[in-house]
Design a protein around this ligand. Structure first.
Ligand code: AMP
Length: 215
């Protein structure tokens, strides 16, 4: 089963992808996480991607398409994948369909998480991320001066550089220009399910589970 999580930054794609992957025993593939890891390790991919990410822009399609093809070919992708952060452009979506067709697969479901822009900015600027294990937290009222630690592994939480408000605004613009057209692309294929992303994490998950294709 191939599931695509679609929606603007801050809509909850990562949180939901993680929960769905666990529940359905599928691989969670976050292209943002792959790129952040590459940046942290200073690999050629990381060095290429870093300036785009720092500006809140998209890494070029050919790079991302190559990366996703390589990952989809790995053995742990065989049982199914939740794609989180890919595709983000029409050429990426078309390349994904082609790559899947070559291995006799297709995108089975696209969950579009709908959240109003005002709420997205609040969520993004309140998001703290664990640099060690990648867990994310919402801190609507950060305690000034106090170090926030990860509940899972104890590392000191950080704000992602691209979650700063100026970069977050650019990421939202880029989303509306380049990624939002995918809503119609997938709707026209009859596989898009719109989910109200303003509900609790549990209720969003419930709606997704209820809208899975029959297996
Ligand atoms: P995310 O963690 O999904 O918000 O991604 C963080 C950043 O990684 C984005 O703002 C882009 O710069 C880059 N990125 C992640 N996925 C893609 C993609 N599919 N295409 C292009 N750039 C991407």
């Amino acid at each position: 089963m191939i599931i695509v999580m679609l929606g603007p930054p801050g809509a909850g794609k990562g949180t939901q992808a993680e929960l769905l992957a666990e529940r359905l025993n599928l691989m969670h593939l976050s292209t943002g996480d792959v790129l952040r890891e590459a940046v942290a390790q200073g690999t050629p991919l990381g060095r290429l991607a870093e300036p785009y990410m720092a500006r809140g822009e998209l890494v070029p399609d050919d790079v991302m398409i190559g990366l996703i093809k390589e990952r989809l070919g790995k053995p742990d992708a065989a049982r199914g994948v939740i794609l989180d952060g890919f595709p983000r452009t029409l050429p990426q979506a078309q390349a994904l369909n082609q790559a899947l067709a070559q291995i006799g697969q297709k995108v089975d479901r696209v969950f579009y998480l709908r959240v109003p822009v005002d709420e997205l900015l609040v969520r993004i600027s309140g998001r703290y991320t664990c640099p060690r294990c990648g867990a994310t937290y919402q801190r609507r009222q950060p305690r000034p001066g106090a170090e926030e630690r990860c509940d899972a592994c104890g590392a000191v939480l950080e704000q992602r550089p691209d979650d700063r408000i100026e970069v977050a605004r650019r990421r939202l613009d880029v989303y509306f220009e380049q990624t939002a057209p995918l809503i119609e692309f997938y709707r026209s294929q009859g596989i898009l399910v719109e989910i109200n992303g303003m509900q609790s994490i549990e209720d969003v998950l419930k709606d997704e589970l209820a809208a899975l294709p029959a297996r």
